[in-house]
Design a protein around this ligand. Structure first.
Ligand SMILES: [Zn+2]
Length: 81
């Protein structure tokens, strides 16, 4: 074993790492969902997806994808109040 050096724990860095991990986790999940949407197929059974688009004041606020075969659904929130 080499020399032992004390390790300083910076709590703010810890928080930043935790935040980055959360971002990575959600970004990956979102990327997976978007891939599904691009393919227009259910991730569970590869069935066809029914897409409902919700508007508010001519602005798309949400798209809801529902599998016609197994009922899997996913809501993509796009904006609005
Ligand atoms: Zn399905």
């Amino acid at each position: 074993m080499g020399k032992f050096k004390a390790i300083d724990i910076d709590l703010q860095t810890d928080k930043m790492v935790a935040k980055l991990r959360a971002i990575i986790k959600h970004t990956k999940a979102l990327a997976d969902e978007l891939e599904v949407i691009d393919k227009d197929a259910c991730p569970k059974c590869s069935g066809a997806l029914d897409i409902q688009t919700l508007f508010a004041d001519d602005t798309i606020i949400q798209k809801v994808f529902t599998c016609e075969k197994c009922g899997w659904h996913f809501g993509l929130y796009l904006g609005g109040k």
